[in-house]
Design a protein. Structure first.
Length: 151
């Protein structure tokens, strides 16, 4: 449908210098600008400005996550846990994003504790994403084999 987008838009207005750098890096990366910016945001280090309000937001998000997870555990144990597939996917997406962000923030703050992040851990999000795609061919082959057995 015209005028309708499946995903929401994120927009920002960089300075002329920052825009030139972004455009040059995107061009040299061989990616489309939107893909370059997305990957840059998702796979870069997170720098948290050490204001009390910022730290409190992180603590609040973790406390909310803990409360929700405790409620889910209670419901599962009692047998009252029911989610539609759409609700499950939304819950999974939101909590995976929160967990990934918290891990990135903690790793980004490692310098405060004089700890160095091992090189193996630096690209763990990219590896996690690739791992999801590694199983796709296996699932396709298994589906094809299953369909052949049925026929």
């Amino acid at each position: 449908m015209p005028g309708k987008h499946k995903e929401s838009t994120i927009a920002f207005r960089p300075s002329a210098r920052a825009r030139a750098i972004i455009e040059q890096r995107a061009a040299l990366s061989g990616s489309h600008k939107k893909d370059f910016i997305t990957k840059s945001c998702v796979y870069s280090n997170i720098v948290v400005v050490g204001k009390k309000e910022n730290i409190q937001r992180i603590v609040d998000a973790l406390q909310e996550m803990q409360t929700v997870m405790q409620e889910i555990a209670r419901q599962i144990q009692s047998g009252d846990f029911f989610l539609t597939d759409e609700s499950y996917q939304e819950l999974k997406r939101d909590y995976l994003a929160l967990v990934l962000t918290v891990v990135d923030i903690v790793e980004g703050a490692a310098y405060l504790f004089s700890k160095e992040i091992p090189a193996v851990r630096r690209n763990w999000k990219a590896e996690l994403e690739l791992e999801q795609y590694r199983h796709v061919p296996e699932m396709d082959v298994a589906d094809m084999n299953h369909k052949q057995e049925i026929d």
